[in-house]
Design a protein around this ligand. Sequence first.
Ligand SMILES: Cc1cc2nc3c(=O)[nH]c(=O)nc-3n(C[C@H](O)[C@H](O)[C@H](O)COP(=O)(O)OP(=O)(O)OC[C@H]3O[C@@H](n4cnc5c(N)ncnc54)[C@H](O)[C@@H]3O)c2cc1C
Length: 421
Amino acid sequence: MTSRTALISGAGIAGPALAALLTARGVAVTVVEQAAVPRSGGQAVDLRGAARTVAQRMGLLDAIRAVSLDQRGIAWVRGDGSIAARMGVDAFGGEGIVSEIEVLRGDLAAVLADATADVEYVYGDSIVALDDDGSGVDVAFEHAPGRRFDLVVGADGLHSVVRSLAFGPEEDFTRDLGLYSCWFTAPAGIDVDGWMLMHNLPGGRVATVRPGRVPGELKAGLSFRSGRIAYDRADVAAQKAIVADHFADGGWEVQRLVAAMHDASDFGFDSTAQVHLPSWSHGRIVLLGDAAWSPTQLTGLGTTLAMVGAYVLAGELAHAADAAPNDDSSGGLGRDAEIRAALRRYEERMRPFVASAQKLPPGGVDAFVPTRALEIRMRLAVMGLMTRWPLNRIMAGQFDKAMDFDLPDYGAVGVHAGPVG
Ligand SMILES: Cc1cc2nc3c(=O)[nH]c(=O)nc-3n(C[C@H](O)[C@H](O)[C@H](O)COP(=O)(O)OP(=O)(O)OC[C@H]3O[C@@H](n4cnc5c(N)ncnc54)[C@H](O)[C@@H]3O)c2cc1C
């Protein structure tokens, strides 16, 4: 009997990408998302290297470019507003800190979710129990009645419920970097002139602001170093108060950003942690994207890994199903042995890419958010030299990572009208 149903937890980047790719192979896919409605906007993310090829093969590259941000690059700003250093979007072949294709997370998620009408999206719900009996997975939901699926995929991010239920508690697999970030939309009022502006403050804090997609709208972020903070993930007012507390002082446009944060209706806040697991699958349950391997925002590679991972997982499942001596197979997921083999190969292919991506850029958190004024001055000086020899040679290794993956050819995977490369 060929297996043909998949449940994906999480409608971020990895979930909708996998949903579209599996649906194109004849699998009946349901996506369950905790948020009540699709979340628009959000932080800016990068589509780099191999992920661009995946988008192109899916026929979605033009649609993604159409919603990408129009930015000139990144500029580091001193407290008096003067520019200390710049790196244009064309640096490092378009793979620099602000890459050639940057898009708001919600906009990319929408393009992926709109790629096919055949996926069943269920918003405002969550998996609460999983029972894998070897031939299928019985799933209980917070609201919807229980259902049985042939495969369950946890693409539900850093705080994955699938990982908690099937693999163990979050703290067993996360490595906290001691950095918290919030992101939100701010009204026009800071002249960014097309640049992403970044300002480091003493005490391990950084403020960023960049052009939004809608004219007159800015996208802002505030990050600070801290030991673990206990907070209620549902209490936005309390989260804003935590951030405001850390940014009570600070020059440049920081106080204007804090005021905008208080008014923002699209505020997001989270810790920064990497995820490391000895295995990404357990029977018919598999993890994908940040849930499996969060590399963190410091690498700029989380979205690339999510897209490439979805492509490889869908491709390996289809490849195994096609290769099986199937009776009634016209696509689908294959039988138990084929699913296990596919999940093994998915992991073998992705492990080296993930391991390389998880290596933080030189200096790690210390370089991103230095603590003392002298360190900040040194950082600005270094940033000014990044595109010049010999620093450009050192940094090229970091920026080339996204291309250092031999993307397998799984045959036609186009999910949307457009060129399938
Ligand atoms: C501040 C910040 C800046 C970043 N900057 C960059 C960048 O510049 N470049 C880059 O490439 N990446 C960046 N990232 C990382 C990037 O956002 C992630 O790597 C990427 O979104 C991973 O995609 P994902 O689908 O695996 O997870 P997510 O995009 O996190 O999606 C997970 C989804 O699962 C849902 N979910 C959670 N729990 C449940 C549940 N119980 N049931 C159902 N659904 C659930 C969530 O609501 C969410 O929609 C940044 C992240 C942050 C926080």
